[in-house]
Design a protein. Structure first.
Length: 588
């Protein structure tokens, strides 16, 4: 990947702050030196963040629609994009960069940095944006050590050469390598147009192309007739000096625009990329980028620039296994990457500390991150749950049930209570297998600001699990905590339902799932024949854990209460009312 003939500059992008740009009123994102994965619901500004960086790097022209519009419909007059640059190795910029950046390098303690601000304001004609750049001193936000008052450094204009140590590429979600290779102005078109052939070689090849073209004309009767008719057109039109038929490109620059990529599938023919599906074309652009990234930067500097690459939804049009393959390719790149994604496969395979979660808050889009988990054992525990429930990174609320019955039954109660599928409200249900194993998982949710609720038994295991989770999230958790709904002392979920007088509904659910004689047959087993009806019901449920949760819940909600509404047990109802408050749902 790296151009071995030129040393790589030792620089990285430490952070990006964006204010007043599209959906982003004010966000600051600290970037990982290698890979940063930006996740969140739709319309939380992930793509706008990448476009802001492209605008700051001069790879995208700003437009009036880039200016932020607040909740009252007022459009801001200016946007601002700040880039914080720092040495990638040590505390000081190396000898390659100090001659270029010397006057604008600032120091915070023993750490050197350079900050570049890009601003945009509406033009006089209201149809354009006036963009300007300057160097600034100071930095605020992103929880970096550079929190100080920001001032403009006078007398030091930002030039394109100041940006030359950074080679920026944005691979958008609608990328199509076939189209880009045909456009001279695209990154690939510009790359292919860079002929590195000696002039004599160019002349020799172009002469050969002309000879081949002439041979095609002479050998083809059809083309010979067409050429003769074109000569007639020339004779009939005095304003036309010359008409010529060219069956093959005769110039190198035209030939390079015909460059194609051929893909050979197992037991299939070699087909050009234009005949492949969208998934193949999407992944091809990423693969071509990995092969040619070092060539995309200019060769006029004595150093190889720092590569900053933004991948917008690299999973586009790809099946799950291909998504994992793509993220491995990207992780192997010797570049600083920013990825926006909606892929659970990609997020589940990402280190927790690399994730930046964009989500709506009362004051606009906010950004949260996690420092990760200190102990490898905790990382493994959290990873196992996230691999199973990787959609939690996109959830508006996570409800954690302490058991398989709760995991199956709670979605049924929730769907009935809201009269919509909980997934459409952004709710994810999680069964951790054992609540005692859920602490590291909940710690990640808490760090990222993803709301969560626990529905827990009041036995010794449940109480111990709450204490352990409280230590992870640095606050005490009890049955009185806002995140906790706890069953009565010494009662599990099944016993609670029986204590609520729901035996008939439970029996109905068992009958529908196991058959009308299931309980009768079970009661004839000698060791269970002495049990009373409630004890027999509890024992039957205990022996069939993990199978009946949704069937029993469906039977319970099919019965209306005194108000004519579906029956929902009281503590479940309390859980859902708390979910209402978190999600901002209004109840009629």
């Amino acid at each position: 990947m790296q151009d071995s003939a030129r040393p790589r500059v030792k620089m990285r992008i430490e952070a990006v702050r964006v204010t007043g740009f599209r959906a982003l009123r004010d966000v600051c994102v600290a970037l990982d030196p290698e890979i940063t994965v930006v996740v969140g619901e739709n319309n939380t500004g992930k793509s706008a963040f990448l476009e802001a960086i492209a605008t700051a790097m001069g790879k995208r022209l700003p437009v009036p629609d880039d200016l932020y519009i607040d909740a009252q419909g007022h459009q801001h007059k200016e946007f601002c994009i700040d880039l914080l640059l720092m040495p990638s190795d040590g505390n000081s910029f190396d000898d390659q960069l100090t001659p270029l950046l010397g006057n604008v390098i600032r120091r915070e303690g023993n750490q050197e940095y350079v900050a570049i601000r890009t601003t945009g304001s509406i033009g006089e004609d209201r149809s354009t944006i006036n963009r300007s750049r300057c160097f600034i001193e100071g930095w605020t936000g992103c929880d970096t050590s550079h929190n100080s008052e920001v001032v403009v450094i006078p007398g030091e204009p930002v030039t394109e050469r100041h940006l030359s140590p950074i080679s920026f590429t944005l691979l958008e979600a609608n990328r199509d390598l076939v189209d880009e290779m045909r456009q001279r102005s695209s990154r690939w078109g510009r790359l292919l147009a860079q002929r590195d052939l000696e002039p004599g070689t160019v002349d020799e090849i172009e002469n050969q192309l002309k000879d081949l073209g002439e041979r095609v004309l002479n050998e083809s009767q059809l083309l010979t007739r067409l050429r003769a008719r074109l000569d007639e057109v020339q004779n009939a039109l005095p304003t036309v000096n010359h008409v010529e038929l060219e069956p093959l490109p005769s110039r190198i620059d035209a030939l390079t625009r015909a460059t194609d990529i051929l893909i050979n599938t197992p037991d299939g023919p070699r087909l050009p990329l234009r005949m492949q599906g969208l998934g193949s074309r999407s992944i091809a652009e990423i693969m071509v980028y990995t092969a040619f990234a070092a060539e995309l930067s200019g060769m006029e500097e004595p150093y190889s620039p720092h590569l900053l690459t933004c991948f917008e939804e690299p999973e586009a049009h790809l099946h799950p296994q291909a998504q994992l393959a793509v993220i491995r390719i990207i992780k192997d790149l010797d570049v600083q990457c920013i990825i926006t994604t909606h892929s659970p496969q990609i997020t589940a395979s990402t280190d927790f500390s690399h994730i930046r979660l964009f989500r709506h808050t009362n004051s606009g889009i906010g950004v949260k991150s996690s420092v990760g988990l200190e102990m490898e054992e905790e990382n493994i525990k959290a990873r196992r749950l996230i691999e199973r429930y990787s959609q939690v990174f996109f959830a508006r609320l996570v409800i954690i049930g302490d058991g398989t019955t709760e995991y199956a039954a709670l979605p049924v109660f929730t769907r009935t209570y809201w009269d919509v599928n909980p997934e459409s409200e952004g709710v994810t249900f999680v069964d951790p297998g054992s609540l005692g194993q859920a602490g590291p998982f909940i710690k990640i949710l808490d760090d990222l600001g993803i709301p969560w609720l626990i529905f827990v038994d009041a036995d010794l295991g449940g109480s111990n699990a709450l204490r352990a989770i409280g230590k992870r999230v640095s606050r005490t958790l009890t049955r009185n905590s806002r995140e906790v709904v706890m069953l009565p002392e010494g009662v599990d979920f099944e016993q609670y339902l029986i204590n609520e007088g729901l035996q008939d509904s439970i029996k109905k659910g068992i009958t529908e799932l196991f058959g009308k004689d299931a309980l009768k047959r079970f009661s004839k087993i000698p060791k269970y024949s002495v049990l009373d009806k409630d004890e027999l019901l509890i024992k039957f449920l205990d022996k069939n854990k993990g199978t009946y949760g949704d069937a029993i819940a469906e039977a319970i909600v099919s019965v209306t209460n005194d108000q004519g509404k579906p029956t929902i047990p009281g503590l479940v109802l309390e859980l859902l009312r708390r979910a209402d408050r978190i999600l901002g749902r209004s109840r009629v």
